[in-house]
Design a protein around this ligand. Structure first.
Ligand code: AMP
Ligand code: MG
Length: 343
């Protein structure tokens, strides 16, 4: 049985105690963060973390981000916090920035997928922070979806994927940012961006002028590049086939119209994800917003809606790759299994 706890305002916060006691006892609780919903367990409890991998069907070599509610907890989880990490924490925590650091002994191997490093962040969401504080332990939490599926940005998405398999789902409404945290590896010199997310590369560069970008972020996955194990798995994928069209607006629209005609003749049901008000001759058209922030917020929900609409092919317009656009394009390309057409 999965219990759903709806939390809409501070007076509902009593319910978080119930969820925290479940975490303490080794149970699994899905909860909102500012990025996406997480599937949480006591990060220091081997059996609890094992259950996360089982219910998500997550490969055991894909490590989990550990969430804390107090900046100082980083010193219990990592044995080496460089001085520039402190500046990042001061500026960006709580917030969508995950730091990969050398792991401390007390963290079980399973949480970090046998690596010598640990990914840590402090979420910027009152429900998440209260849950972690009340549980009194760091909470390991990957996104609360089945492995490979689009990340959940509402409790409804968590229910679709995990109802009946976990103890509690905290429903705190839709998430504010909608894509996952930025992950940077601070054990590399110079540090490297492993996953673009809610904090942009440009923001980070002001503090880390030498920050590099991992090659797999823009291009297709290359095996030798698998520093962050999460990189090598199919991700965010809708059931339908998907293609991303990148390039100048006019060319993108022309190419999409061309594809629509081709696939219509093949009797395919076509869904289009657009960031302009431009209309297409397709079965389903979803406008996901104009600004990068609104596109990020609507992205995963739209991918799930396309599956609900039972389309055969999703065609998505690409966006400019600066700011949040880098994270948006990373998710779109991965969702399409790098089925990208440049025009
Ligand atoms: P998710 O669980 O969906 O939030 O994804 C977590 C991401 O952080 C995955 O891409 C992981 O591979 C990455 N990650 C977690 N821990 C580490 C680590 N110790 N080193 C490198 N990447 C990590
Ligand atoms: Mg995930």
């Amino acid at each position: 049985m999965t219990k759903i706890l709806k939390i809409r305002n501070e007076s509902d916060f009593e319910k978080i105690r119930i969820a925290a006691s479940v975490i303490k006892k080794g149970g699994l609780v899905a909860f909102p963060t500012e990025t996406v919903y997480g599937l949480g367990a006591n990060a220091l409890d081997v059996n609890a973390v094992k259950r996360i991998f089982e219910v998500k069907k997550r490969p055991l070599d894909n490590p989990i981000i550990v969430h804390i509610a107090n900046k100082m907890e980083i010193y219990q989880l990592s044995r080496d916090v460089p001085s520039y990490a402190k500046k990042l924490i001061k500026k960006f925590w709580p917030g969508p920035l995950t730091l990969v650091l050398k792991k401390a002994e007390i963290v079980p191997k399973i949480t970090c997928a046998n690596l010598d490093t640990i990914a840590i962040r402090m979420p910027d969401n009152k429900i998440a922070l209260t849950l972690i504080k009340e549980a009194g332990v760091p909470i390991a939490a990957p996104s609360a979806n089945l492995a490979g599926k689009p990340s959940p940005t509402s409790a409804q998405h968590v229910i679709q994927d995990l109802y009946g398999k976990i103890d509690i789902i905290i429903d705190g409404g839709p998430t504010r940012i909608g894509i996952e945290s930025t992950v940077i590896n601070l054990t590399a010199s110079p540090p490297v961006l492993l996953r673009p997310g809610g904090i942009t590369f440009e923001q980070l560069r002001k503090f880390l002028p030498k920050l590099g970008i991992h090659p797999s972020i823009k291009g297709e996955f290359l095996k030798e590049h698998a520093i962050s194990p999460g990189m090598k798995y199919r991700h965010y994928a809708p059931s339908a086939e998907m293609v991303v069209i990148e390039g100048e607006h006019r060319n993108v629209r022309r190419k999409i119209n061309e594809l629509v005609q081709i696939y219509k003749k093949k009797k395919k049901r076509i869904g289009i994800i657009t960031t302009s008000e431009f209309s297409y001759d397709a079965d389903v058209i979803k406008f996901i917003g104009k600004t990068p922030a609104s596109i990020a917020k609507n992205l995963f929900r739209t991918l799930r809606e396309m599956d609900d609409e039972k389309v055969d092919l999703i065609i998505a317009e690409g966006v400019k790759e600066d700011g949040l656009g880098l994270a948006i394009m990373n998710r779109l390309r991965k969702a399409s299994s790098f089925n990208v057409i440049n025009v």
